[in-house]
Design a protein. Structure first.
Length: 269
C-alpha cells in the first residue's frame, strides 16, 4: 500500500474522498465530477481498478449495458483508513460492503441523490456558480440536529448569493402523505437552519399531485417548500435552473432565487 501513495494523483485522492463520503458514483457522474471526458475517465478508472484502489459493480440490464457503479477498493479503503489513523479494513470486508451495497434496495435512491449534486457540479463547470457544500445523509442528519433526516444538504453559490437547502429525493414509490411527513421536523429546526426544503421528483405529474396534497394539508409555519421534476429539469438548466416551483407561489424560479433575503448565513456544521 505504501507504494501506491506515491502513484496517486490529486484527482485520484479526490475520487477516494468522494467515494468515501458518498459510497458509490456512476461512470458518468465521475466524468462530470472529476474528468470532463469519458475516454480519460475510463482509462484512469480502469487503472485504479486494476490496482484494487477502486472497485465497481453493475446489474444485468437489457437492452444495452448498465453504467458501472464505482466504489472504494480494498487498497483505496486502506489508504483512507491509514490517513485517519484507523484500523486497516480487511480486503474481504471491503468486498463484502460493496456486495451489500450492490444488492441494497436503497441503491437507486442513493444514486438519484448523488446525481442531484453531480448535476449542480456539472452546471458550475459549464455555466458558473459553485456547490460549496455537499453533505450525505449521515452528515445532513447531524447538521439538522437529528430533528429530521434529509437525504442531503448543500449550499449553492452564484452571483454573490448563497443558497443553503435541504434535499428530499422522491422516486415515486411512497405515498404523498409519507413524502411530506418530514415537514413538521423541518419546522422544528432553529431559524438559523430554516433552509428551503427541495423536493426532487420523478415527473411533473407527481409534482402537480404533491402541490395538490400540500394545498389540502397545509405547510407548517416557517417552512419553505420548493419542488422540481427530473423529467423537466434537463430542458431548463438542471437543478440550478428556473425549475423550482415554490409552494403557494406562481411560476418557477432558479435555485439562486431561493436565497434568503435576510442576514442569515449558511451553517458551518
Amino acid at each position: 500500500m505504501a507504494g501506491e501513495l506515491t502513484r496517486l494523483t490529486p484527482r485520484d485522492r479526490h475520487l477516494l474522498d468522494l467515494l468515501d463520503q458518498h459510497k458509490t458514483l456512476t461512470t458518468d457522474q465521475l466524468v462530470d465530477l472529476a474528468f470532463g471526458s469519458l475516454g480519460r475517465a475510463r482509462n484512469r478508472l480502469n487503472t485504479l481498478l486494476s490496482r484494487d484502489i477502486l472497485d465497481r459493480f453493475r446489474h444485468y440490464h437489457r437492452p444495452g449495458s448498465q453504467s458501472w457503479r464505482w466504489t472504494l477498493g480494498p487498497v483505496g479503503a486502506a489508504i483512507l483508513a491509514a490517513g485517519r489513523g484507523d484500523t486497516l479494513p480487511r480486503p474481504g470486508a471491503v468486498r463484502d460492503a460493496t456486495a451489500r451495497l450492490a444488492m441494497s434496495p436503497t441503491l437507486p435512491h442513493l444514486l438519484a441523490t448523488n446525481g442531484f449534486f453531480v448535476a449542480l457540479t456539472g452546471h458550475a463547470r459549464t455555466h458558473g456558480g459553485r456547490l460549496t457544500r455537499w453533505y450525505n445523509e449521515t452528515q445532513s442528519r447531524a447538521a439538522a440536529g437529528n430533528l429530521v433526516r434529509p437525504d442531503g444538504h448543500g449550499v449553492w453559490a452564484t452571483g454573490g448569493r448563497a443558497v443553503p437547502f435541504w434535499l428530499e429525493v422522491d422516486l415515486g414509490t411512497e405515498t404523498l402523505s409519507r413524502v411530506v411527513g418530514k415537514l413538521p421536523g423541518y419546522a422544528a429546526l432553529p431559524p438559523s437552519r430554516a433552509y428551503p426544503v427541495l423536493f426532487w421528483l420523478p415527473t411533473t405529474a407527481r409534482e402537480a399531485n404533491l402541490h395538490t396534497h400540500l394545498t389540502r394539508t397545509g405547510i407548517p409555519d416557517g417552512v419553505t417548500v420548493a419542488t422540481a421534476a427530473v423529467n423537466h429539469a434537463p430542458d431548463a438548466g438542471g437543478p440550478a435552473g428556473a425549475v423550482w416551483r415554490v409552494a403557494g407561489q406562481p411560476g418557477r424560479v432558479s435555485l439562486a432565487d431561493l436565497a434568503p433575503t435576510g442576514d442569515g448565513a449558511p451553517c458551518d456544521g
